[in-house]
Ligand binder design. Structure first.
Ligand code: ZN
Ligand code: ZN
Length: 327
């Protein structure tokens, strides 16, 4: 099979011919039809996350059909369409797993990071962590739901009942979350890179009540803010934008250093939290909710061998919505 492979951090992925993987007892072999490109893939390629598998096939927003299954697979049948998310495996016995916080499992393994992912024609995945894909979505449209959507959804749940919700960084996750938040009757205030009028127009088109530069002041105090951009200096900016008792939720896996800030902007029972990974329950909830909204994903397709170009375009903020590789 053809795959785009990372052999060393901070190097380009290489188109490589590899043997098709064989499914183990709990695994399904999937013919990949779409794989979303996530900002986390950039952090993996850039060597910003420790202990990545090498060589590695990145990609953790995988949609495809099952063409073979291991002996213990009982949740899915041959030919079923499934999605494979970032959460690849958990231990099930650590304190976090037992408390229903499998996203924080001490021994978790993640797709496209510790386990080969979907920048390939075929992949194997543990059926216990795969999702059925709702019929309302074609393969490409479904792919960004599997991480951008899931992490965004988890961040939105963490924002509680916030009515006035700030979103910093209007990329793949934000464009999905904004639709869900609006469906729930919330008002979205979208912050983009300074001067990025195109992103701001995109946000307004998705129903944001206000859009502006991340350095600008929104017309009203926010109840909560979600930061998707990997930019630590946004944390104090967001804290200044939220009201007393408000929360700032950092939804990325990696962020540049957060600068020192005066205690007075945290005081008043404001809080700063992070979102880590996903639980399978998050996935089931979002995939049930998305067709009701209905969430429509904006897709920018790239051929599999154009994965480096897709990553570069994501890094440069050159498109709205979500890049998706098509093997
Ligand atoms: Zn665990
Ligand atoms: Zn992701």
């Amino acid at each position: 099979m053809k795959a785009m492979v990372l052999t060393a951090p901070r190097s380009a992925l290489r188109l490589t011919d590899l043997p098709r993987p064989q499914p183990a007892a709990h695994q399904v072999l999937i013919k990949v039809s779409a794989c979303g490109v996530c900002r986390t893939d950039l952090h993996v390629v850039d060597g910003e996350l420790p202990d990545a598998k090498l060589p590695l096939i990145p990609g953790h927003e995988i949609v495809g059909r099952i063409i073979e299954k291991g002996a213990a697979v009982e949740r899915f049948a041959h030919g079923d369409r499934v999605g494979v998310p970032w959460l690849g495996q958990v231990c099930g016995v650590c304190a976090h797993c037992r408390a229903g916080r499998e996203n924080l499992c001490d021994h978790a393994r993640f797709t496209g990071y510790h386990i080969d992912g979907g920048y390939a024609e075929y992949t194997v995945a543990d059926q216990r962590y795969c999702f059925a894909i709702p019929d309302a979505y074609d393969d490409l449209a479904a792919a960004p739901l599997l991480c951008a959507g899931l992490i965004g959804y988890r961040a939105l749940v963490m924002a509680g009942d916030a009515q006035r919700l700030g979103i910093y960084g209007f990329g793949a996750a934000a464009h999905i979350v904004a639709q869900v938040a609006r469906y729930q009757g919330r008002a979205i205030y979208a912050y983009s890179r300074p001067g990025d009028r195109e992103s701001q127009r995109f946000a307004l088109g998705l129903g944001a009540v206000w859009a502006g530069d991340s350095t600008a002041t929104a017309p009203e105090a926010l109840d909560a803010a979600i930061i998707f951009a990997p930019v630590g200096s946004l944390v104090p900016q967001a804290l200044r934008a939220v009201r007393k008792g408000g929360a700032v939720i950092c939804a990325g896996i990696h962020m540049s250093e957060i600068p020192a800030f005066p205690y007075e902007i945290l005081w008043g029972e404001r809080s700063v939290k992070s979102v880590a990974n996903l639980t399978r329950r998050d996935g089931e909830e979002l995939l049930a909710l998305a067709p009701q909204v209905p969430v429509q994903t904006a897709i920018v397709p790239f051929a599999l061998d154009q994965a480096n170009a897709a990553l570069a375009a994501l890094r440069a903020g050159q498109f709205n919505g979500a890049a998706v590789l098509v093997p």
